[in-house]
Ligand binder design. Structure first.
Ligand SMILES: [Ca+2]
Ligand SMILES: [Ca+2]
Length: 183
């Protein structure tokens, strides 16, 4: 009997300690959530004409592009679960107010986009960004292929004209060489 009382006491003491630990765990979890840093940030998206990675005053701002927080850091915009995003306005500007300082800030570049991101290469890690930062800029450049697309179209036009009017076939060789240079 004596030993069973002792066992019961021990059980109660263990249960009591367990409760205390649980309450402490809940308290600290709440505290950690409350302490998560929120930041307000902004920037501009622009055509980096001279490809130096910086926004120069003469460069063109780009409107209507999406800037989003890549919360799971997989370099993709998971639109069904990553809901922190914004579009650039007519001055190329975007801003976010009081968002959690976690994840990577990126721009969304779709496959059909004529522009590609040139800077920053890996986005902005929000854990390292100061609250109030206003120059989280995204520079874009025109891909080489897109750059030469108008030239290609012009060449197709010239060749079509040639075939239509039955011009000197030697010219076709010149066209072919030109084509190889452009491609
Ligand atoms: Ca520039
Ligand atoms: Ca993602």
């Amino acid at each position: 009997m004596h030993s069973s009382k002792r066992a019961l006491f021990s059980l109660r003491r263990t249960a009591f300690l367990g409760m205390v630990l649980l309450i402490l765990a809940i308290f600290f979890t709440q505290f950690a959530v409350a302490a998560e840093k929120n930041i307000s940030i902004s920037g501009i998206k622009f055509l980096d004409a001279n490809s130096n990675g910086k926004y120069d005053s003469s460069e063109q701002p780009l409107q209507g592009y999406t800037i989003y927080v890549d919360e799971n850091r997989d370099s993709q915009w998971d639109q069904n679960k990553e809901k922190i995003f914004n579009k650039t306005d007519k001055d190329g500007r975007y801003e976010f107010n009081k968002i959690p300082a976690s994840g990577i800030l990126r721009e969304h570049v779709s496959s059909g986009d004529q522009l590609q991101q040139s800077s920053p290469v890996n986005g902005y890690d929000l854990a390292n960004v100061e609250n109030g930062t206003q120059d989280l800029n995204f520079g874009n450049s025109i891909p080489k292929a897109a750059d030469s697309a108008p030239n290609k179209s012009l060449l197709y036009l010239i060749i079509s004209f040639h075939l239509l009017h039955n011009l000197d076939d030697n010219l076709l060789l010149i066209y072919h060489k030109l084509y190889m240079v452009i491609i």
